[in-house]
Write a protein that binds this ligand. Structure first.
Ligand code: ATP
Length: 272
């Protein structure tokens, strides 16, 4: 977007800040607590709108869950936020700056981290070697080795550091991936179905891990999840996507009892 376009959008009364306003807010400390904001975000594949004019906001330190039926556009929205997908149109603001055109690695350096649904660890490498990879790539400074050991502690895998990742249980692998994403010191961590295929006990452990990272480090989370019990455990705020658009937003207690949500998301009869 050109400076002229940005000025036009401010003149037109856009509710989202342009980069200069937000920078001023940051410098004076008078900004809002909005960490992430998308403005009319749209992603088309061919003529099909997977994400359509979505205004999605996450506050600093918030635990935000993204739910919706299969194909609702949840993963696509996440990939737009991380820069894995380019937006067809619309804008994305993060920490007061527009990031719509930034490359994924630049967004990571700004503080956006992700754990994808598909495993992104190397099974033939050790736990410690896996932890080292993102830290070496994205962090500089003498404390990198200390950060590796700290991450191993955080994920409760210090005693398995030299074991191959392929020998870990599925739940431990998920913990490891969350820890690796958190090791980059993000302000926002995106998790795509972190408890899929896990036992109840493993789900509880992941919920505890996420909550600890949230309360002790102030990391905001956006978590895609189908299990509404898990969502109820961790979420401050829930957004329901349906056919690429925001269908409902609110606390899980309201969302869960909403008959329209049950109809589209749960097939009408399911016991949420
Ligand atoms: N690269 C792509 N090319 C074409 N269509 C795509 C692509 N990625 C996603 N889609 C389509 O966009 C829609 C949204 O997909 P997306 O994966 O974002 O949904 P989702 O809500 O994450 O679903 P699920 O819960 O099943 O993972 C789907 O209809 C999907 O087929």
């Amino acid at each position: 977007m050109s400076t002229d376009d940005a000025q036009e959008s401010v003149k037109a009364g856009s509710k989202y800040p342009d980069a200069r306003q937000s920078e001023a807010q940051i410098l004076t400390g008078s900004g809002t607590d909005t960490l992430l904001q998308t403005d009319a975000l749209l992603k088309s594949f061919g003529g099909f709108h997977a994400v359509e004019t979505v205004d999605f906001a996450v506050e600093a330190g918030e635990m935000h869950c993204l739910i919706g039926p299969n194909g609702a556009g949840k993963s696509t929205l996440m990939k737009l936020i991380t820069g894995t997908h380019d937006a067809t149109s619309g804008r994305i603001f993060y920490d007061g700056q527009e990031i719509t055109d930034l490359e994924p690695h630049e967004r990571i350096r700004r503080g956006i981290s992700i754990k994808f649904q598909v495993p992104s660890v190397y099974e033939e490498l050790s736990v410690r070697e896996n932890v080292r990879l993102p830290i070496q790539r994205f962090l500089s400074g003498a404390d990198r080795e200390a950060r590796i050991e700290e991450t191993l502690d955080i994920v409760g895998l210090a005693d398995r550091a030299d074991d191959l990742v392929g020998d870990l249980a599925h739940g431990q692998q998920q913990q490891l991936e969350i820890g690796m994403a958190a090791s980059l010191d993000p302000d926002l961590l995106l998790l795509d179905e972190p408890v899929a295929g896990l036992s109840m006990e493993e789900r509880d452990e992941i919920a505890d891990r996420i909550q600890t990272l949230n309360t002790e480090r102030g990391i905001a989370f956006v978590v895609i999840e189908h299990d509404t019990d898990f969502v109820a455990k961790i979420a401050d705020e829930v957004t329901v996507l349906h056919q690429g658009q925001i269908f409902r937003e609110g606390p899980i207690e309201e969302i869960r009892d909403d008959p329209e949500v049950r109809r589209i998301y749960l097939g009408g009869e399911s016991d949420a």
